[in-house]
Design a protein around this ligand. Structure first.
Ligand SMILES: NC(=O)c1ccc[n+]([C@@H]2O[C@H](COP(=O)([O-])OP(=O)(O)OC[C@H]3O[C@@H](n4cnc5c(N)ncnc54)[C@H](O)[C@@H]3O)[C@@H](O)[C@H]2O)c1
Length: 343
């Protein structure tokens, strides 16, 4: 009889990061259950196509199940936890996006606070061995010391989105401390690649460049982002599934008590790229010039993000491999193919 490694729940599985992660963890012979409410924050058909992309694997094995459910639906969530006895839970479902948190703040409280609380309660009740959850580089907020490292104070968020992510880290710490729930929080830094998010710069810019429409370039292009290619992020999360934090090891972060099996890591590329260079690479790969609408910064935006990644790299023995030039090519190749097929 075939022996599977772990029973893993991925929430937000129809999302950008979730679909790639599901594919990877299925290929590593885990039993993967995916959950997502397929909300209409952005294209529902893109989310459904991502599910088809995952389910290519399903033809080969019966190791993937999908449930359309919201994190706020505690009753259904408990039934799923009860049925599967998960070893690992990876919580990616959230209301993402900094700018949208100024327009629709309540959706952040529902998904990111109430929803995350339900996940913590289920992990506690059903004795999950490891909770891995998405945090964000946005927790660094008004910090101005670069690169950002996990020891820095994160009590100055610049948006409600960031505040919910910092809250998740604190909530996870309390459950980790009180109930001995091993927790790993991952602060993602601007993830990009195939199947990306239409509300993020790579997709917004690619669409506008191809449609010959102007792009809004905030802070006059004087911004930099530590763009991290999706495959590097997925490899890092997969490696985190192989390691469980314990109470007794030395813990990064002076503000983090060592009385809990709890870790927080940056997942970045450690090589910030200026917005102007990033646009140049898109232009080169799409073979069209951008029409730039230079503007001042938007409320909530950080001017620069730059991740120190030594702590994570030591923990999982992995450094990101993808250069921005290769990553943008992979992204634009997918973009052109996907949108020409779906026309
Ligand atoms: N992509 C990035 O660059 C980035 C950067 C920092 C942090 N993050 C975090 O990583 C996680 C995944 O990001 P992503 O880029 O894949 O986002 P995404 O929006 O593509 O995926 C999130 C998925 O969660 C689902 N979802 C949202 N609220 C839900 C709820 N209440 N119940 C069930 N499903 C729900 C959505 O339908 C979506 O498919 C998020 O928590 C996000 O905040 C992402």
């Amino acid at each position: 009889m075939k022996k599977y490694k772990y029973r893993i729940l991925i929430t937000g599985v129809a999302g950008f990061i979730g679909c790639h992660l599901a594919k990877k963890l299925i290929s590593e012979e885990n039993i993967v259950v995916g959950l997502d409410n397929i909300n209409d924050y952005y294209s529902v058909s893109l989310k459904k196509d991502r599910l088809k992309f995952i389910e290519v694997e399903k033809k080969k094995s019966e190791t993937f199940r999908f449930y359309k459910v919201s994190l706020e639906d505690n009753e259904t969530l408990r039934k799923i936890f009860n049925n599967y006895n998960f070893d690992i839970v990876i919580n990616l479902a959230a209301q993402a996006g900094v700018r949208y948190s100024l327009q629709n703040p309540s959706s952040y409280i529902k998904s990111n606070i109430v929803g995350f609380f339900n996940i913590l309660e289920c992990c506690k009740e059903f004795n999950v061995k490891h909770l891995i959850y998405a945090s964000s580089s946005s927790v660094y907020g008004l910090n101005s010391t670069l690169p950002f490292n996990e020891d820095q104070n994160v009590s100055h968020p610049a948006s409600l989105y960031a505040a919910t992510k910092t809250s998740n880290e604190l909530m996870a710490h309390s459950y980790s401390h009180l109930y001995n729930l091993p927790c790993t929080g991952l602060r993602f830094f601007t993830v990009y690649g195939p199947w990306g998010r239409p509300d993020m710069a790579p997709m917004i810019f690619a669409k506008a460049i191809l449609d010959k429409k102007p792009i809004n370039v905030f802070n006059y292009g004087e911004m930099s982002r530590d763009f991290t290619f999706i495959d590097d992020v997925i490899e890092a999360i997969s490696r985190c599934c192989q390691k469980i934090p314990t109470r007794d090891e030395q813990i990064n972060g002076s503000q983090i008590s060592s009385s809990a099996p709890y870790r927080i890591f940056n997942i970045g590329n450690n090589k910030p790229i200026s917005l102007n260079y990033f646009i140049e690479l898109l232009e080169k790969n799409l073979q069209k010039k951008a029409i730039k609408n230079l503007m001042s910064s938007q409320p909530g935006d950080l001017n620069s993000t730059y991740a120190e990644i030594d702590t994570l790299s030591k923990w999982i023995k992995y450094y990101p491999k993808t250069k921005i030039e290769q990553g943008i090519k992979r992204f634009t190749d997918w973009y052109i193919q996907y949108y020409s097929e779906s026309l």
